[in-house]
Design a protein around this ligand. Structure first.
Ligand SMILES: [Zn+2]
Length: 128
């Protein structure tokens, strides 16, 4: 399968899983694979209809779905987080990211689930 075919399947599965779990019509408007100049790579899922409250309540299950989607895309993420629309409780995107060393150091300095008001961390693997 090509990367884009895998993204199409992952997008559909994740959307179905989230709709079934939450019982609301969340909409995954776009799922993208990305590579950054710094060396980070991964996938971003732009989403509508998901609230921070949903994340908090169903965090364990949602993280399971995202870990599963990552595995299907052959991504081994060290960092999974939601980007929030500042000043609202709306989730703008879910992000599955393999961190480069520099970004790892940046995020390792922070603590808690919300080191910044626009970020809600679902998973951060600390290096030992
Ligand atoms: Zn980076």
């Amino acid at each position: 399968m090509t990367l884009t075919e895998e993204l199409l399947i992952a997008r559909g599965e994740l959307e179905n899983n989230l709709r079934n779990l939450l019982g609301i019509p969340v909409f995954l408007i776009e799922m993208d694979g990305f590579a950054l100049p710094c060396g980070c790579s991964g996938a971003t899922i732009n989403i509508r209809g998901l609230q921070v409250d949903d994340l908090e309540i169903f965090e364990e299950q949602i993280l399971k779905y995202l870990n599963n989607a990552a595995e299907n895309l052959e991504i081994e993420p060290s960092f999974i987080f939601a980007r929030l629309i500042p000043g609202t409780s709306e989730v703008a995107s879910l992000n599955i990211r393999m961190l480069c060393n520099r970004c790892y150091m940046d995020f390792a300095r922070g603590s808690g689930k919300q080191p910044r008001p626009d970020i809600y961390i679902l998973r951060f693997d600390r290096r030992t």
